[in-house]
Ligand binder design. Structure first.
Ligand SMILES: C[S@@+](CC[C@H](N)C(=O)[O-])C[C@H]1O[C@@H](n2cnc3c(N)ncnc32)[C@H](O)[C@@H]1O
Ligand SMILES: [Zn+2]
Length: 278
């Protein structure tokens, strides 16, 4: 089922076909040639080219394609499918979807259930969303700001936010009361071996999402996903470095240390948390 979009200007519902959408106030939008909807208004951009740039998107796409994060993606998709199964034609949005690696897995997993659903991936970066269109055309891809999503008030049954910014006000505007928000964020030991190699002193973020979401959302559960994986060669090590912010902050001495490695065993440690809109 196609995802019901609303006008980013006036929030009236958008009607039309695969190529063109229009609201009752005659604001109209054409689909991009790759198939996504650009619903990001000029006044919502803080820079000319907001969100992840083309280089960051390509680095992430290449690293994720190696498959090391697939068990994580499968777990996320499984949890989402369980939550979706409790609803009739759930409307699901993945905010900050990037190039759609996880969103695509969710779509494949939802397809297996045979139930109807509406699924959209939204990101402020047009580079990311263009890449997402190459993953699959079986869901709705949107360039828009997560701070003002083109969906009606209290219209989402599920919202996923994976390694992306938490915007509690907008999340609570768009989710139905009692609907769930599923988030993923790095745990204390995530890529700890790499951080040990890069930093003299490894910082612990101590991040608690409830401190950001607490007023509008109630924490339902937290689940750690933790396993080891091995980067078997120098190419994969450099692909990981290109993707992670740790790789962007690296100094020359650490770069030299890493260049000597022929393989690297790493810990993936990610927390999945479920929150309910109050
Ligand atoms: C670390 S990436 C995560 C991407 C994807 N969820 C994943 O895990 O592979 C964060 C994403 O948030 C996007 N982003 C940043 N600010 C945003 C905003 N205000 N609204 C929507 N997306 C935003 C970036 O463009 C980027 O694609
Ligand atoms: Zn409108």
């Amino acid at each position: 089922m196609t995802f019901q979009l609303n006008c980013p200007v006036c929030l009236e519902s958008l009607q039309g076909d695969k190529k063109h959408l229009e609201c009752s106030n005659r604001h109209s939008y054409d689909a991009a040639k790759q198939g996504y909807w650009n619903l990001l208004l000029a006044n919502q951009k803080r820079s000319k080219d907001p969100g992840d740039n083309a280089e960051m998107v390509q680095a992430r796409r290449k690293f994720l394609a190696l498959g090391h994060y697939q068990p994580l993606a499968d777990t996320i998709a499984e949890r989402l499918a369980d939550l979706a199964a409790q609803q009739n034609t759930p409307r699901i949005l993945d905010m900050g979807c990037g190039e759609g690696y996880y969103t695509h897995r969710m779509q494949q997993r939802l397809e297996l259930t045979g139930n109807d659903y509406q699924l959209a991936g939204l990101d402020i970066s047009k580079h990311a969303v263009k890449a997402a269109c190459n993953q699959t055309k079986a869901l709705t891809w949107i360039v828009a700001s997560g701070a003002r999503m083109p969906v009606a008030d209290a219209s989402l049954d599920l919202l996923t936010v994976l390694f992306s910014r938490l915007m509690p006000e907008e999340f609570s505007r768009t989710l139905k009361p009692g609907a769930e928000l599923l988030i993923a964020y790095p745990g204390e030991d995530h890529l700890i071996e790499l951080r040990d190699l890069i930093y003299d002193e490894v910082r612990h973020s101590g991040f608690k999402p409830e401190s950001v979401l607490g007023e509008q959302f109630e924490l339902v559960s937290t689940e750690p996903v933790k396993y080891s994986f091995t980067l078997p060669d120098k190419i994969q090590i450099s692909q990981l470095l290109a993707m992670t912010p740790h790789g962007w902050r690296i100094n020359q001495a650490a770069r030299d240390r890493l260049a000597k490695l022929n393989s690297l065993e790493l810990t993936l440690d990610v927390s999945l948390a479920r929150f309910k809109r109050r």
